[in-house]
Design a binder for this molecule. Structure first.
Ligand SMILES: [Zn+2]
Length: 246
């Protein structure tokens, strides 16, 4: 019995536009192909992301980058087959009685290659600075509305340490626990207790969806090159491990 079989709906929780495709695009496409309704909750607009050198360079550091990344996410999720997507802080992903808000991208610094840490200039309204209870409450409100059979988000290291990814993990897990919903963390390598998915047949759809995130990366064959210059192979495999929620 696979974790992705017979799931009527799965909610993916990600920190920034592009994370859904880079780390879980193949998983999302696989869920859709297996008949699940896939929902995506994105926590911030990724407005502090660097921008690929080229026609979009001028957007770096401007509010227009948030709008561009909204459009990129719209295209990518359409390609992956996401049923509906939501922004954290905006109904229905906002706790009852609270005014809508945005959680801003916290930014990050590289501690060493492959491991990110907090930037020292995160804004007061940044995701990683917001109270965990507020973030978790907003995610819980969406879970109560959608009643997904499974919630999927990062592991406790946020994949590579980005403070927004870590926060998304903590809050998604807390919300899953408060609502009694199964939660699975995404792993980049096979591990004990995890189910491993090799999904090379999803490469084409993931590649198409990656091209939608043109402000952040470029596709070169079966690799992507990030705005900062890091090159990596397109990911078509991932592990999922259930974390106890009750
Ligand atoms: Zn991210």
């Amino acid at each position: 019995m696979s974790l992705l079989d017979d799931q009527r709906s799965v909610l993916f929780v990600h920190a920034h536009p592009d994370d859904e495709t880079i780390s879980t695009g193949a998983l999302i496409a696989e869920c859709v192909a297996r008949g699940s309704r896939v929902f995506l909750l994105t926590c911030s607009r990724g407005e502090r992301g660097e921008v690929v050198a080229g026609p979009l360079t001028a957007l770096a550091g401007t509010i227009e980058l948030a709008r561009e990344r909204e459009l990129e996410l719209e295209r990518a999720t359409g390609i992956l087959g996401v049923h509906s997507k939501f922004w954290l802080g905006e109904p229905p992903a906002r706790a009852a009685g609270l005014s809508p808000r945005r959680y801003r991208d916290s930014g990050m610094v590289w501690i060493r290659p492959g491991l990110a840490g907090p930037a020292d200039d995160a804004a007061a309204d940044a995701l990683s600075v917001a109270p965990l209870a507020e973030v978790a409450g907003d995610i819980a409100a969406l879970i109560v509305r959608l009643r997904p059979a499974l919630v999927v988000s990062y592991d406790d290291g946020g994949g590579y340490g980005h403070p927004d990814h870590v926060r998304a993990h903590e809050a998604a897990l807390a919300a899953s626990r408060s609502t009694g919903t199964p939660f699975a963390e995404v792993l980049e390598t096979p591990a004990d207790g995890a189910e491993w998915f090799d999904l090379p047949h999803r490469l084409a759809v993931v590649t198409d969806a990656l091209r939608a995130h043109a402000s952040q990366l470029t596709v070169h064959g079966t690799d992507i090159v990030h705005s900062g210059g890091q090159r990596e192979a397109i990911v078509t495999a991932a592990g999922l491990r259930l974390v106890p929620t009750h």
